[in-house]
Write a protein that binds this ligand. Structure first.
Ligand code: CA
Length: 246
């Protein structure tokens, strides 16, 4: 159970559905605020703290995904559940890649929505990253604006694919899996040595602390667009990916 009443922002332009959702969530002891457009929601989020968003995509003026992108860039770790009539796989993938925590299509079952909303809020209160399943059903991790797909070794930042070499991927995965903890140089070097050489390289470069510094430098540049993702030097030990809310 929540220690205090969680506040949910419902962004929905259908007045009947908005009323129904508001009533249901209030019955469940949620505090509810509402917006009927992206502009209205953005204005509200700048003055009021909320614990989660239920977001329609087909909205007048601007698309719900625009709000999702805005929220990902401005409010670390705010959970967003998309509730939309768009039921295509492409839509679902786009929504999840843009950083949505869950995706439910209309028509929907109110009890399922409640259950998934509660689960989403529970995950959000846990450590900064969450293990989840991606749209393709594989294991994935989201950390703030970052999404890692462990099966395909791909990452996306704010919904945009990150170009990573194999070594960069392995380094990033280690840092994300142990977000908030120190990852020692030896940890990274051991992980690198345990994996095959990078494709296209005839002679693998030496895997030592100097090489690691170069890779960390490159990874920092690639994560640089997000002020939330900071790889700290831990003097004499290694590196730490700071939790996004830190
Ligand atoms: Ca709509």
């Amino acid at each position: 159970m929540l220690k205090r009443m969680a506040t949910i922002l419902i962004v929905e332009d259908d007045p009947l559905l908005l009323d129904a959702l508001t009533g249901q969530l209030q019955q469940l002891q949620f505090s509810v605020c509402t917006a009927t457009s992206v502009a209205g929601a953005t204005a509200l989020l700048q003055t009021q703290a909320v614990d989660g968003i239920i977001l329609d995509l087909g909205l007048p003026g601007a698309d719900g995904l625009d709000l999702l992108t805005w929220a990902r860039n401005h409010i670390a770790g705010l959970p967003v559940l998309i509730l939309t009539a768009r039921d295509g796989v492409d839509d679902r993938v786009r929504g999840l890649n843009a950083g949505a925590d869950d995706y439910i299509t209309k028509p929907f079952n109110m009890q399922e929505l409640q259950a998934r909303l509660q689960a989403m809020l529970r995950r959000a209160r846990q450590p900064a990253f969450t293990q989840a399943s991606n749209a393709a059903g594989g294991p994935s991790t989201t950390l703030g604006p970052l999404l890692l797909d462990h099966a395909s070794h791909t990452a996306a930042l704010n919904g945009d694919p990150l170009e990573l070499t194999q070594r960069e991927w392995e380094l990033l995965e280690l840092l994300v899996n142990r977000c908030g903890e120190v990852v020692t140089r030896d940890d990274v070097l051991a992980a690198w040595r345990a994996s095959p050489p990078e494709p296209g390289q005839t002679a693998a470069p030496p895997l030592n602390s100097n090489a690691l510094e170069v890779y960390v430098h490159r990874l920092r540049k690639k994560l640089d667009v997000s002020p939330n993702l900071v790889i700290r030097n831990i003097r004499g030990l290694g590196y730490m990916l700071a939790k996004p809310a830190d």
